[in-house]
Design a protein around this ligand. Structure first.
Ligand SMILES: [Zn+2]
Length: 209
């Protein structure tokens, strides 16, 4: 079995932890290259396969993110009055209640950025998978790297859970489908980020350009 990592024996790779430069070498299947000074991971054999796994995880996350945005996050019942809200409904309520800066922040960090990041990642991984030349993967990969810090599904999830605990004694709470979907989405996004090898993606893009 040939290693999927596009190794170029003449090129150098910098340690992400201590910046020590190393010359790339071919690896055995399932092998990994580590920094000689600090032991940080430099690259893995079969990173291409890792990116195929990232594509599968990103597609699953894409389905879950749609479910998380369509169904209600939580249902509340206070004195016989029942209300439920979807994430977008919550953003709309914040906007209507004149807390517009919070509405924009929630929309950007929990809807726009996760969706844009996922769509971009799927696009790049499909371009790599199908070896399509000149399909805008380079600017999209730059875009993904720049918006990454603004995706905050886990912070949102924590906020919702804290609010539910606080509300538990004044209202009857029914967790909605979207709440569970967000929990699954959080795990899928973390797994996608762990599987995605950006360095290998850049190298592959160089090769097909
Ligand atoms: Zn190092």
């Amino acid at each position: 079995m040939e290693c999927g990592y596009p190794v170029k024996p003449s090129s150098l790779v910098a340690c992400p932890e201590c910046d020590l430069l190393h010359r790339q070498t071919e690896l055995a299947p399932e092998g990994e290259a580590r920094c000689v000074r600090c032991g940080a991971l430099l690259y893995r054999c079969c990173a291409t396969n890792a990116n195929e796994r990232a594509l599968a995880l990103a597609l699953a996350a894409c389905i879950v993110i749609v479910v998380a945005n369509i169904f209600p996050i939580v249902g509340l019942e206070v004195q016989g009055v029942h209300t439920s809200a979807t994430l977008f409904g919550a953003v709309q309520s914040l906007w209507d209640d004149e807390v517009r800066s919070v509405a924009v922040l929630v929309f950007v960090t929990t809807i726009f950025v996760p969706l844009a990041e996922l769509a971009g990642l799927i696009w790049v991984l499909l371009v790599l998978h199908l070896r399509l030349r000149g399909w805008g993967a380079v600017p999209i990969l730059h875009f993904i790297e720049s918006v990454k810090p603004w995706g905050m599904v886990e912070v949102f999830m924590l906020g919702v859970l804290v609010s539910l605990v606080k509300l538990a004694h004044i209202a009857t709470i029914e967790p909605g489908v979207a709440l569970f979907s967000f929990a699954v989405l959080m795990a899928l996004l973390a797994a996608t980020a762990a599987a995605f090898d950006a360095d290998a993606a850049w190298e592959q893009l160089e090769d097909i350009r």
